[in-house]
Structures are given as structure tokens and as C-alpha cells.
Design a protein around this ligand. Structure first.
Ligand code: ATP
Length: 618
């Protein structure tokens, strides 16, 4: 009964008490929302945003993770496009551009779009993103997207209503780099009728160092409010409507808002977030650090110490773990969670690709049976669950497979870098573990936002070392408060060699018999695993080196909290199951340094607005 009323309360908090059709959406689109996506009623953010976007105003949306922002912008755009009379022509080119920070988010938005357009076959969805074949994309931009649409267009060809060869993508989802590439080099990419530009996860696009690309894109498309418009651009007469969305907004979004939005409506941003002196606002350029004064009060929010919007039903905890026991504690907590919950689905975030690879291989191979005596050979896989990994150094095909597979699994573990932190909607994720801290509070918010979506319950757990405890205060400043995870209670619940260890009161984590035995088993696994022929040792060493570099890359105030000098590198090595600290001047470390510099050069990165120089942190 209590459970029921709690659920009702959450439903009330998330959903609006109106229908999609009452917001002004066409009945066929409402049917699509219900039949294809299972959406009966709009969420609150959808109820607020849809009528405003339908009215043609520019909009800045700031709403918690998992509250339905995607459909909040897709539905009104589709509504407009389906209503055009005569129907939009296949040679009219692209009408809407959705810019997203990652490839997975690109695919996700495209999939939703695809479902919503099922009955509007003359509106063609499409995507372009890094990692895909450029020439195939060029063809898609010219001809349009998938087989269903192809089939319908061929039908149209046969009924004499149009030219298949001229079909273009009407709504295009893209990552910024690849979009800019096509804008510059794909002559058949027609955008003279472009009406909408949407920045989904706007702050992340800028954090990733795409500021310059975004300014260039706006210039080429002639969609910039202030400043010059680039030479030789096709500037259309179509009235533009731009939308910016994220659960977290920052200074850089201020600037993007100013150059791309005209007297926008703010959704989810209260007056408190506007500066007191509303007449003159300072902000920085997307690409340079130059400050300029511009009068444009309604698009600015105070950034650094605002409260973030987190799902109310999310239970946030931290666990304080000494460095040398981190790995054993992580494995113990994972075991506990998978043993106690049949349909457990969780995501663990790491700071680097190498760390993901190491932990993935370890969890896939590590055998240990705490029930049999150490000298007996009755070993079994320590963690019995499907494990996936996701990071930016993986092949695009593997990223796509993982993304699809983890979505459909009921019981599974995903090890990931921040590539999965933004916007991804994996159904039924129950818990998020931040094994390596995200650093920036915004990223903390987006990582935990992969659970507790749309009113569902969810847990999050942040690993902190004793020397990092001040980070909790940093999160507090943004209204994020965490309670402590009962680690010792969980460790006490394991039985070792057939019996529960007799645990003395006030025992520390690192001297707990369970942790000592597990740590021993992990270290011997790394050294003695003959079958894997030193693969594990290499993975551990590489992960150690990347981790150290990532740790030193924290910026600003966070540098004070995450200071390498405060750590014992021997203990850090233990957290990769290494008995000894690998050399930081060895080949692998130098190779990584070179790779990082090369990556930065390729991206033209330098200066303050760039992506943090975390090695391998994609
Ligand atoms: N009106 C609705 N009715 C039922 N489910 C919905 C509705 N709107 C969205 N959802 C579902 O809610 C989940 C979250 O939606 P979405 O991914 O758009 O959230 P978001 O606010 O963009 O999150 P994030 O900030 O993490 O990107 C998705 O699974 C989506 O299918």
C-alpha cells in the first residue's frame, strides 16, 4: 500500500496531467507516441516544452536526467514537418539538425526518430557521426536513409510522384566534427531550408572541445546571432528556431545561448539562476578565453555553484576505501549486488579506456572460490554475470554491438568511460558505481543519471579514498549530498572457506580477512595466470599508467582534492592487483604520452576550453 502510494507520488512528479493532443500535437503523431514508444501522457518537461517549441520560440531547457527531453524536442519538429502543405519535397533537403556529443547518443536519438516517423514516410530520418564510412554517409545525405524509407520512396517513384535520386535527409542527427566535415565537403548536402538546430547535451558538446566546430557550423548555416557570418555561405530566408538542452548548463552554454538563441524561453531555469545585474553579462567565447560584454540578459545563468537537478528517488551513497583495497572492494560489492538481486543491471564508470579494458578482462577471467580451501582446485568465475565494456578506443562496430546488447539484457554489468555518461538510456539500470571519480560535478550528475530514470528507483555509489573525502563538500556546493555505504557489513556477510570470518569490532577494510584473501587471490592471478600469457600483467600495467595520468589531469579546485602527491603509488599498483609499482618512465608510459599529444594535435587542442588531457579518457 505504502509502496503503491510512493509510486503514485513519483508518477505525479514526473508526468503532467494532460494529454499529448492537448499540447497541440497531431493525432497521428500522438498515436505514434503511444503505439511505437508506449507513451500515454507527456512528462512535465514535455508538457512545458512542446507548446513553446510549436510556437516557434527559441528555447533553453534545463531538466533532470531521464525526464524525457528527447521527445520534448523531436515531437514538435515532426509535428511541424508533417503539417507542411504541400508535403515536404524530397529535394528540399534537411530541415532539422540535432547535434549530440557522442556516437551512441546519435544512434539512440536516431532510433527514437525512426520510430516516431513510421507513419510519416515522406519525412526522412538520418545520422552522420565519427567512426562511420564517409562515402556511405555522403550517399545517405544525398539519397536519404533506411530501407523502409527507400522502399516507400521507390513506391513514390512508381506512382510517378517524385524522383528517388533527389531524396535527402529531413531530420539529421549528428556529432559536430563529422557534421562540419560534410558541411564543408559534401556538395549534395542541401540545407537551405534548415529551420531547426538542436543542441542536445549542449554543455558536453562544448566540454569535449567542439566549441570551434560549433561556431563554424553556425557560421556556415548562417544561424549566428552576433558576429560575422562566414564567407560563401548559403544563408536561407527560412526563420530559424534553435533549441539548447541539458540537465546541467555552464558558462560555455551561456555563450552558445547568446550566439544561437534569440530571446529564448527558459524551461526549468528559475529566475534565481539569472544574474542579479541583468543588464550586462560577461561571458567567454566558445573557443578562446576572450571576454566580451553583451547585453542579452535572458539567456544567462549563473553557472558554477548552482544546485543540479537530480532525480528525487535516486539514493546516492559513497564508500570510503583505502587505495590498496579498492579493487578487492569493488569486486566484493559487485558480487554482493549480483548475489542479492536476481535482475541486477549496473554500470561502473572508470577514468580511462585502459582501466575499462583491464577490469573487463579481469572480471571475465578471474576465478576464485572463497568456499574451498586455498590449495584446492575447485575454482569458479568470481562474478557470474554478462559483462560488457564501452569506451572510445573500441572499434565502432564493437561499440554499436555493446550499446545494443546492454540495452536488452536484464542482468548485466557494463564497464565504461564517460562515453556512456551522457544521454544514454539503458532500460532498468539499478545502480551506478563511480569507481573513479568524475571530477567535475556536472559529470557526476550525468553518470548517476543513467539510473533512476523517469521516476524509477535507482542507487549510486561513489568510491572515494580517505584523502579524497573533501570531494563530498564540492558536491554539497551543488546541492548533492551522499550518505555512507555500509561496507564492513557487506564484507562481513561473505563466508570464507566455509565459514563466516569471526570479525573483530573496529576492524579496518584493509585488514578484513575477506579483503586480504581476495587481494591475495587477485595478485596471484595476475602473476601466475599462465593461460593468458602475461596479457593480464600488461593490461594491469597500462591501466596503472593511464590511471596515474588521468589522476593528475583534474583541473581547478579539484586539483587540491585529487593530488597524486597524497597517494602511495605502491598502493595504487595494488588496486590493479600488481604486487609492485610499475615504472612510470617505461615504454608504455612514454607511448601513452606520445599518443595523448598526437590526439591533442589532431584535434587542434590547446588552452582552457579543451577537453581535459586525461589520457585515454574517452
Ligand atoms: N511521455 C513519456 N511516457 C513514458 N516514457 C517516456 C516519456 N517520455 C520519455 N520517456 C522515457 O523516459 C526515458 C528518458 O527519456 P530521455 O532519454 O528523453 O530523457 P532525458 O531527459 O533526455 O535524459 P538525459 O538527460 O539523461 O539525456 C526514456 O526511456 C524514454 O523512452
Amino acid at each position: 500500500m505504502i509502496k503503491m502510494s510512493k509510486k503514485n507520488e513519483t508518477v505525479k512528479e514526473i508526468f503532467a496531467s494532460c494529454s499529448f493532443s492537448s499540447l497541440g500535437l497531431h493525432s497521428t503523431l500522438c498515436d505514434q507516441l503511444r503505439e511505437r514508444l508506449g507513451f500515454e501522457a507527456p512528462t512535465k518537461v514535455q508538457a512545458q516544452a512542446i507548446p513553446v517549441i510549436l510556437s516557434g520560440r527559441h528555447v533553453l531547457v534545463n531538466a533532470a536526467t531521464g525526464t524525457g527531453k528527447t521527445v520534448a524536442y523531436l515531437a514538435p519538429i515532426i509535428n511541424h514537418l508533417q503539417s507542411y502543405s504541400p508535403r515536404i519535397d524530397r529535394s528540399s533537403g534537411t530541415f532539422a539538425l540535432v547535434l549530440v556529443p557522442t556516437r551512441e547518443l546519435c544512434l539512440q536519438v536516431y532510433e527514437i526518430l525512426h520510430k516516431l516517423l513510421h507513419r510519416f514516410h515522406w519525412i526522412v530520418p538520418g545520422y552522420v557521426m565519427g567512426g562511420e564510412n564517409r562515402s556511405k554517409e555522403k550517399a545517405r545525405l544525398r539519397k536519404g536513409e533506411d530501407f523502409l524509407h527507400l522502399f516507400l520512396f521507390l513506391l513514390a517513384w512508381f506512382d510517378g510522384s517524385g524522383m528517388y535520386g533527389n531524396v535527402c535527409i529531413s531530420i539529421l542527427v549528428a556529432t559536430p566534427g563529422r557534421l562540419l566535415d560534410h558541411l564543408k565537403h559534401t556538395s549534395s548536402f542541401l540545407h537551405t531550408n534548415l529551420r531547426w538546430i538542436i543542441f542536445d547535451e549542449a554543455d558536453r558538446i562544448l566540454e569535449l572541445g567542439f566549441g570551434k566546430e560549433i561556431e563554424e557550423i553556425l557560421d556556415i548555416l548562417g544561424s549566428r546571432n552576433i558576429g560575422s557570418i562566414g564567407e560563401g555561405n548559403e544563408v536561407s530566408n527560412v526563420k530559424r528556431q534553435n533549441l539548447l538542452l541539458s540537465a546541467t548548463l555552464n558558462e560555455k552554454v551561456n555563450h552558445l545561448a547568446k550566439i544561437s538563441l534569440e530571446t529564448p524561453v527558459l524551461i526549468g531555469l528559475d529566475e534565481k539562476k539569472l544574474p542579479e545585474d541583468k543588464s550586462h553579462v560577461r561571458f567567454g567565447s566558445l573557443e578562446s578565453d576572450v571576454k566580451e560584454e553583451v547585453e542579452h540578459p535572458s539567456t544567462t545563468m549563473r553557472s558554477t555553484t548552482e544546485d543540479f537537478k537530480l532525480p528525487a528517488q535516486l539514493v546516492q551513497r559513497y564508500v570510503k576505501v583505502p587505495c590498496g583495497s579498492r579493487l578487492a572492494v569493488l569486486l566484493s560489492i559487485l558480487k554482493h549486488l549480483f548475489d542479492t538481486e536476481v535482475s541486477q543491471k549496473l554500470v561502473v564508470f572508470f577514468s580511462t579506456c585502459d582501466a575499462v579494458d583491464f577490469h573487463y578482462s579481469l572480471l571475465s577471467e578471474f576465478q576464485w572460490s572463497p568456499h574451498s580451501q586455498p590449495d584446492m582446485e575447485l575454482k569458479q568465475l568470481f562474478l557470474r554475470c554478462k559483462t560488457f565494456r564501452l569506451h572510445g578506443n573500441m572499434k565502432q562496430e564493437d561499440r554499436r554491438t555493446t550499446f545494443g546488447a546492454f540495452k536488452t539484457e536484464k542482468k548485466a554489468l557494463l564497464l565504461s568511460t564517460d562515453v556512456a555518461a551522457r544521454g544514454l538510456d539503458f532500460p532498468k539500470v539499478k545502480c551506478i558505481i563511480q569507481y573513479d571519480s568524475a571530477g567535475e560535478a556536472t559529470e557526476y550528475v550525468h553518470r548517476v543519471g543513467r539510473t533512476a530514470r523517469l521516476g524509477e528507483r535507482g542507487d549510486s555509489l561513489l568510491f572515494l579514498q580517505p584523502v579524497e573525502m573533501d570531494y563530498l563538500q564540492d558536491l554539497e556546493k551543488h546541492g548533492v549530498s551522499l550518505t555512507e555505504y555500509p561496507l564492513l557489513k557487506v564484507l562481513d556477510s561473505f563466508s570464507l572457506y566455509g565459514q563466516k570470518p569471526r570479525v573483530k569490532k573496529f576492524l579496518t577494510t584493509e585488514s578484513h580477512p575477506w579483503i586480504l584473501s581476495l587481494q591475495n587471490a587477485l595478485e596471484s592471478f595476475i602473476i601466475h595466470e599462465v593461460r593468458l600469457q602475461s596479457k593480464m600483467k600488461k593490461l594491469a600495467k597500462d591501466a596503472f599508467c593511464s590511471w596515474v595520468r588521468a589522476y593528475t589531469a583534474h583541473r581547478g579546485e579539484l586539483k587540491r582534492i585529487f593530488t597524486l602527491k597524497k597517494l602511495h603509488l605502491g598502493h595504487v599498483a595494488k588496486s590493479f592487483a600488481l604486487k609492485e609499482q610499475p615504472s612510470l618512465v617505461g615504454k608504455s608510459f612514454q607511448k601513452q604520452s606520445k599518443k595523448r599529444k598526437r590526439d591533442q594535435r589532431q584535434k587542434g587542442q590547446s588552452g582552457k576550453w579543451k577537453f581535459p588531457s586525461k589520457t585515454n579518457a574517452k
